[in-house]
Design a protein around this ligand. Structure first.
Ligand code: FBP
Ligand code: MG
Ligand code: MG
Length: 331
């Protein structure tokens, strides 16, 4: 029987100098513990009374679902409890939230999309949580400016998919590890310690209903894919769009592919948020041998100006990301 490596043991092995008892490991544990609770709520669905709208809107004007609010509260508590994070930033919070007065202020900043793919909750399709951890640049309380670091400064990132199995992909900057939640034992257990995105693919993910708004390089790329064997690519492509970035990206980490949420005539910066969606996914993708750009430059090198700023996203198998980025650079 293969050895059972829990997340706690993995963190201890990754950080031998502290045996996983340092603040970063503790923060990762707290975040993933919160995700276990969210997984439970997602699994309970209608019986837990968590489906449907919270009858509120977030700072970006998007409708908040009951589960968005629940997940946000769990993760905020996980981030701010125990003196590991000085502050948290969330898709569902207008401003950064500092650790409460009287609490020790931790050395990290935690950012998260508490529930990615919220529009899929009622239809029972996989949703997830995305998180990113930065170092807090100064001691004491953290301000919004402290968060304005490029993605290259992330010290850890991950996402959990609440699917048929609850799975975690995690990077501490030393490759990507994949864990499955053992619901009975309440533990994330390592199933792959070296996730790799194949460099080539025949699968693309984009919301084609926006085609008439796309810019020329995106049209060209998708058009060439659709021409299949008879076109310039000389091979047939398949298309997938789950409308949960976590689920689409999980597939890409598993078998390759390219995920595109471009800018278009209606969305000058696309839809996805740089700090808590694109940056952690880009960090994970690069750590798994893939690539991630905003169609022109590496996402991780973008200098952020706002917590909730949006960014076009081209991510996944390296050769395809390079090709589409090249089409943009040449246009
Ligand atoms: O509905 P669209 O335009 O296809 O957008 C879907 C995308 O939006 C998102 O749902 C945005 O994330 P949230 O659900 O966290 O707002 C992604 O998960 C998904 O890839
Ligand atoms: Mg999201
Ligand atoms: Mg969300």
């Amino acid at each position: 029987m293969p050895e059972r490596v829990t997340l706690a043991r993995y963190l201890a092995e990754q950080r031998p100098e502290t045996r996983g008892l340092d603040e970063l490991s503790g923060l990762v544990q707290q975040v993933t513990d919160a995700c276990k609770g969210i997984a439970d709520a997602v699994r309970g669905g209608a019986l837990r009374g968590v489906l449907g709208s919270a009858d509120a809107a977030n700072t970006q004007g998007e409708e908040q679902k009951t589960l968005d609010v629940l997940a946000n509260e769990r993760l905020k508590e996980a981030g701010l409890w125990g003196g590991r994070a000085a502050a948290v930033a969330s898709e569902e919070e207008a401003e950064a939230v500092p650790a409460p007065a009287g609490q020790p202020s931790g050395p990290y900043l935690l950012l998260f999309d508490p529930l990615d793919g919220s529009s899929n909750i009622e239809v029972n399709v996989s949703v997830g949580t995305i998180f990113s951890i930065l170092k807090a640049p100064s001691e004491g309380t953290a301000s919004i400016e402290d968060f304005m670091q490029p993605g290259t400064e992330q010290v850890a990132a991950g996402f959990v998919v609440y699917g048929p199995s609850t799975t975690l992909l995690l990077t501490l900057g030393n490759g990507v590890a994949q864990f499955t939640l053992d619901h009975g034992a309440g533990e994330f257990v390592l199933v792959n310690d070296n996730v790799q995105i194949p460099a080539q693919t025949k699968e693309f993910a984009i919301n084609v209903s926006y085609q008439r708004f796309w810019e020329a390089p995106v049209r060209r790329y998708i058009d060439e894919c659709l021409q299949g064997e008879d076109g310039p690519r000389g091979k047939n492509f398949n298309m997938r769009w789950i409308a949960s970035m976590v689920a689409d990206m999980y597939r890409i980490f598993t078998r390759g592919g390219i995920f595109i949420y471009p800018r278009d005539a209606n969305r000058p910066d696309g839809r996805l948020r740089l700090m808590y969606e694109a940056n952690p996914m880009a960090f994970l993708a690069e750590q798994a041998g893939g690539a991630a750009t905003d169609a022109h430059q590496r996402i991780l090198e973008r200098a952020p100006e706002q917590i909730h700023q949006k960014v076009p996203v081209v991510i996944g198998s390296k050769e395809e990301v390079d090709r589409l980025t090249g089409y943009h650079q040449a246009s």
